[in-house]
Design a protein around this ligand. Structure first.
Ligand code: TXA
Ligand code: MG
Length: 330
């Protein structure tokens, strides 16, 4: 089993110092961020980065996000830091916004899967910040799940996915506040492109930046990790309109685990996990609920599709579609 160190409320500075030492020695450390937990390594150490790919089983063409403390640290990683970057960083950093820019030649190509661009984000979570500060340099980290599995929002989720990794250190900083991964915005072209929707919504970005492109799921080849069939439970999972739920559940003879905001229609042999009605609460609960459903031994997971489509719901729907491989016609 991995080693878990409790760092709730930053009450354990020696644990942060130990984790920073691990990063310095080229080891991998799992740490909490406000979105999901990350599996971190020294951005400037190619061997450490390789370990992240090995541990996760991540395809080597899928680049990592470099986590920084602030704009000054981000500027060390990128070729140019312009007014658009300053505006976004001033508005949303520290926080769940990742910016893709041309990379600096100083960054090893391993840290960007060989790309000429790099994704940078300053996380808000105090433990993530304390770790980066104590380490003194950027930390590259994908979400701390096995590749293709559901992202982790608790230390126990990370421990489940990496149960066989005895030398992995996990910092436990309670459950992630946002619950879904950061918004990824590509600023390498003239018009910003949202590669992955998140809690910094399209509406919030448009207010600041004007025109923004948002490709459909199938078109998001610019960001390999945003291809379909990510974030998926291993149990067969489907997304059903609320109006069609009663008929669908009546049709299913084998027991299903149902994730729904309205659980009144769910009767045996099916079981329900109640989902919150407010988008922020739904996002925060989603991955835990999917993991719980996946571990329940049910034959099928059925998710009631939220009717809303704007703001944070757009990011939630994006994750639900990936979890159920339910592509939109485009
Ligand atoms: O909230 C988050 O972003 C979490 C926490 C740990 O910060 N991290 C995360 O990392 O979700 P990961 O690796 O699971 O997803 C990163 C996404 C992937 O879709 C990846 O393809 C994309 O960002 N990405 C990273 N670098 C990129 C680049 N240079 N160009 C385009 N997309 C990039
Ligand atoms: Mg991920």
């Amino acid at each position: 089993m991995p080693r878990i160190l409790d760092v709730h409320d930053l009450g354990n500075p020696s644990a942060i110092a130990e984790a920073a030492r691990c990063l310095r020695s080229g080891a991998v450390v799992a740490f909490p961020t406000e979105t999901v937990y990350g599996l971190g390594a020294d951005t400037f150490n190619p061997l450490a980065i390789d370990k992240v790919y090995d541990l996760k089983g991540r395809p080597t063409d899928n680049p990592l996000i470099a986590h920084v403390l602030d704009e000054a640290q981000a500027m060390r990683l990128v070729a140019h830091w312009d007014d658009r970057c300053r505006t976004l960083a001033k508005s949303f950093w520290p926080g769940p916004l990742t910016i893709v820019l041309k990379k600096s030649p100083d960054v090893p190509s391993e840290a960007t899967a060989g790309r000429g661009t790099i994704a940078v984000r300053a996380p808000k979570h105090p433990v993530a910040r304390a770790l980066i500060e104590s380490f003194g340099s950027p930390v590259s980290a994908p979400s701390a799940n096995r590749s293709g599995h559901i992202s982790p929002t608790r230390a126990s989720h990370v421990a489940q996915d990496f149960a066989s990794c005895d030398d992995l250190l996990i910092l436990d900083g309670s459950s992630s506040e946002v619950g879904i991964e950061s918004t990824v915005v590509d600023l390498t072209g003239e018009i910003p492109v949202v590669l992955r929707p998140g809690s910094i919504t399209l509406e919030m970005l448009r207010e600041l930046m004007g025109e923004i492109e948002q490709p459909t799921l199938r078109m998001q080849a610019g960001s390999p990790g945003t291809s379909l069939a990510h974030y998926a439970p291993t149990t067969r999972t489907e997304l059903i309109d609320r109006a069609k739920m009663p008929d669908r559940l009546a049709e299913l003879s084998e027991p299903a685990l149902v994730l729904a905001r309205d659980v009144t229609n769910v009767r045996p042999p099916h079981r329900a996990i109640g989902m919150p009605g407010i988008a922020e609460d739904y996002a925060k609960a989603l991955y835990s609920a999917l993991r719980e459903a996946d571990a329940s031994g049910c034959i099928r997971i059925v998710i009631e599709k939220p009717d809303e489509t704007d703001g944070l719901w757009a990011a939630i729907l994006d994750r639900l579609r990936r979890a159920t491989r339910d592509d939109e016609p485009d």
